[in-house]
Design a protein around this ligand. Structure first.
Ligand code: T3D
Length: 262
């Protein structure tokens, strides 16, 4: 896509790489806009059935480029709201609404809005040396880009609040124990494990995966009655897919299903 955001598709997997290793993939406006375009491209491409978001070098992402904050016209503290709405919030919404699984391949430290980006993914696979830092507090800011929404839901209010107000580093193993990541793998195996996990997701019945994402997103803010009704509505859609027919046929014929994502 651009020098700082790499985009590639292979075997049904779109890989988006934050590629500014010398600054730990700290995010500029240009990167955020390109990131958004990449997610959209993956969404539109029927050949893509899983999206992987990862970082180059030793970090996943160190959040907002703080040098750029300094450089903003009007000086510090000006225009944060507009900036967030225009850059980060659109990316977070895009990641949450794309009806394909998004795997955060957290290769190293995920700090500030970089942690939020990881949390916005549907699943997280972390390298053993990775860690999460709610760095916002260190620069006198509140968690943004969805961290106040994701974190308490994932690990409970008290732990989320503690991480947010202390800015303490949460190592991958502890993140796993808290349920913040799905898997932790040795650094040496990271790339292979990401590939194998992504391929597994890419070979799943993509429509059902996407509808599951939609249903669970909505259920976060709904009553049981609303969730039951929405599940029934979406099952009508899933039940009309070729993958549903293939799954049932494969079961009855005692063979493995081959899903096409349709
Ligand atoms: O409207 C808005 O923009 C508001 C949005 C805010 C969202 C946010 O994300 S606020 C939080 C911003 N992020 C941070 O506060 C994290 C800052 N970084 C760090 O605390 C540390 O770098 C890490 C703990 C992540 C890693 O530490 P370490 O010791 O492994 O690496 P380092 O030496 O600090 O960093 C390596 C290089 O990356 C270094 O550059 P240099 O000196 O070698 O040229 C460092 O300056 C650069 N870097 C790291 N993080 C950022 C950064 N440069 C700009 N912005 C960064 N966020």
């Amino acid at each position: 896509m651009t020098e700082h955001i790499l985009y590639g598709v292979a075997d049904g997997v779109a890989t988006i790489t934050l590629n500014r290793a010398d600054k730990l993939n700290a995010l500029t406006d240009e990167m955020l806009s390109s990131l958004r375009r990449s997610v959209r491209a993956a969404e539109k491409d029927d050949a893509v059935r899983c999206i992987v978001l990862t970082g180059s070098g030793r970090a996943f992402c160190a959040g907002q480029d703080l040098a750029a904050v300094r450089g903003r016209e009007g000086g510090e503290g000006v225009g944060f709201r507009e900036h967030l709405e225009r850059t980060y919030n659109v990316v977070i919404r895009e990641l949450r609404s794309v009806e394909k699984p998004v795997l955060g391949a957290v290769n190293g430290v995920a700090a500030g809005a970089g942690a939020s980006l990881a949390l916005a993914c549907d699943l997280r696979l972390a390298a053993e040396s990775a860690s999460f830092i709610q760095s916002f507090i260190g620069v006198g800011l509140v968690p943004d880009s969805g961290s106040t929404w994701f974190l308490p839901r994932m690990i409970g209010y008290a732990r989320a609040f503690e991480l947010a107000v202390t800015g303490n580093r949460l190592p991958a193993a502890e993140a796993l124990a808290l349920g913040l990541v799905n898997r932790v793998v040795p650094d040496a195996d990271f790339s292979l494990e990401v590939r194998s996990y992504a391929l597994q997701l890419a070979n799943a019945p993509t429509r059902a995966v996407g509808l599951t994402k939609r249903a669970m997103n909505r259920a976060m803010g709904s009553t049981l009655d609303e969730a039951l009704a929405y599940e029934a509505q979406l099952q009508e859609v899933a039940g009309s897919t070729r993958d549903h027919r293939e799954g049932v046929s494969a079961f009855l014929e005692k063979r493995s299903p081959t899903f096409e994502g349709r």
